[in-house]
Ligand binder design. Structure first.
Ligand code: PGA
Length: 244
């Protein structure tokens, strides 16, 4: 399986920032041995698609589960698709822990993404206190169990394992930690366990190769280190080119 390198820009890079990013990123990665994905702010999606000039896929960072309605400030999966997105990040740690998104809402969003023909990239991950209390497996099984019944084998989806304590903190799971958690997620997916599972949480050029060489790690979801084109290109360059 070709490794997936996904950037999650969070609330960074509007249209001019996106255009500037790609003008500096494209010359760095002329032949790309990876599947490249960008989760841009909604308002920068069109500018990103227009200026990318490398084979890449684009997604939104959040969707609402309704197709349309009096829901000020929300974007539906259908609208994201119309704007050129082909993937949607769902249940990112910041959505869960800053905006209080629940497992039930995550599931509704997964169903909405599938309905609209978007590839859901569903984020799961434990808090530090849950890990310390030995609850890693219970938490991951619970989060995966909340949405896996809404998916079938004929629609692409991905899972991103992002330990909450490693996001934006500079703390990274070891490759062994990642392999263990990914194994748990894969088992919890049951017959859909072939889906790609990305690792996220302080991925950088210096740790990307070892994380992506860990068992069951099919790629990375990168936050802070995806904002700078040279740094993100360094992660692309560090990606092992083929799955062993
Ligand atoms: P980080 O974020 O790489 O800045 O830790 C990862 C993410 O939130 O997807």
């Amino acid at each position: 399986m070709t490794r997936i390198v996904a950037g999650n820009w969070k609330m960074h890079h509007g249209p001019p920032g996106a255009a500037d990013f790609f003008s500096r990123f494209v010359p760095r990665v002329d032949s790309i041995p990876v599947r490249l994905v960008f989760f841009t702010p909604d308002v920068a999606l069109a500018a990103s698609i227009a200026s990318a000039r490398v084979p890449a896929e684009f997604g939104v960072q959040n969707i609402h589960w309704e197709a349309a309605g009096a829901l000020t400030g929300e974007t539906s999966a259908e609208m994201a698709r119309e704007a050129g997105a082909t993937l949607a990040l769902i249940g990112h740690s910041e959505r869960r822990h800053v905006f209080g998104e629940t497992d039930a809402e995550v599931n509704r969003k997964v169903l909405a993404a599938v309905r609209a023909g978007l590839t859901p990239v569903v984020c799961v991950g434990e808090l530090l206190e849950e890990r310390r209390a030995g609850r890693l497996e219970e938490v991951l099984r619970g989060q995966v169990g909340a949405f896996v019944g809404s998916l079938t084998g004929d629609r692409e989806f991905m899972v991103a394992y992002e330990p909450v304590w490693a996001i934006g903190t500079g703390e990274t799971a070891t490759p062994a930690d990642a392999a263990e958690a990914h194994g748990i997620v894969r088992k919890a997916l049951g017959e859909l366990g072939h889906a790609p599972i990305l690792y996220g949480g302080s991925v950088k050029p210096g740790n990307a190769a070892s994380l992506m060489s860990a068992h069951d790690v099919d790629g990375v979801l990168v936050g802070g280190a995806s904002l700078d084109p040279d740094v993100f290109a360094g992660i692309v360059e560090a990606t092992p080119s083929a799955r062993s």
